[in-house]
Write a protein that binds this ligand. Structure first.
Ligand code: DX5
Ligand code: ZN
Length: 221
């Protein structure tokens, strides 16, 4: 099993002070920066694009930037995010005409690649591309907004995903995104997740260090 990572979603950060917010959350012990890209087409919201990713790199962010594409189509933006300094790129299989090709594009660009599974999306989308996956991201809310409640059925789905990953024998991260809080992270970890995206749970707290440590303590229990 890989070490557990906390990936704050900057969707809940103060966008007017984004560089500072990212610096603070990393100084507080975050492992990755989770970067939510929404296009008001695949999901009903509009957020940030490759220019903002590039700006964070220019600002001096060296930590992994985990780009979660909630856009359709995906291939053009994959190229733009590779150039903008993304470390990993995940996309929703429903949003790509050619899943294998999109995964290969990400890998050819030197980034880690992953698929994202909406609450009702079957894990079978991964069946024939396990060898091209560095991560599987399970949505525990419907994508589009921060601050929603964790869908409990995700726990069974995480257990199933964990079995698939273990069976594959590959180093694939199992990431979970949506409604992750200090009071449910322990159950989520027990179900097999090793990478935890949390937006509102972290950025709505005054002290990022305390909440991140609290999450780590819960996972370790
Ligand atoms: C939702 C995004 C999430 C979101 C999580 O579509 O993919 O990353 O920011 O926010 P919380 O942790 O507030 O549910
Ligand atoms: Zn996300």
């Amino acid at each position: 099993m890989q070490p557990d990572f906390i990936a704050p979603s900057i969707l809940s950060a103060d966008f007017a002070r984004l560089g500072e917010e990212v610096d603070q959350v990393l100084a507080a012990g975050a492992d990755w920066v989770h970067f939510d890209v929404m296009d008001n087409h695949y999901v009903p919201n509009l957020t940030i694009g490759p220019m903002v990713c590039e700006a964070l790199r220019k600002h001096g962010v060296t930590a992994p930037i985990d780009v979660h594409l909630m856009v359709k189509p995906v291939d053009e933006l994959i190229g733009m995010f590779i150039d903008a300094g993304a470390s990993s790129i995940t996309f929703h299989p429903e949003a790509s005409e050619h899943i294998d090709r999109s995964l290969q594009l990400i890998r050819d660009g030197g980034c880690k690649a992953g698929l994202v599974f909406n609450p009702a999306t079957p894990l079978t989308h991964a069946d024939y591309v396990m060898d091209k996956l560095d991560m599987m991201l399970l949505m525990s809310v419907n994508p589009g907004f921060g601050g929603q409640s964790f869908i409990p059925g995700t726990l069974d789905k995480l257990r199933e995903a964990r079995e698939r990953i273990d069976r594959s024998g590959r180093d694939i991260r199992l990431e979970v995104d949506g409604g992750v809080k200090a009071d449910n992270i322990r159950d989520i970890a027990a179900a097999g997740a090793d990478t935890f995206v949390a937006g509102s749970a972290i950025f709505k707290q005054p002290d990022y260090k305390t909440i991140i440590q609290q999450m780590r303590d819960e996972i370790a229990k």
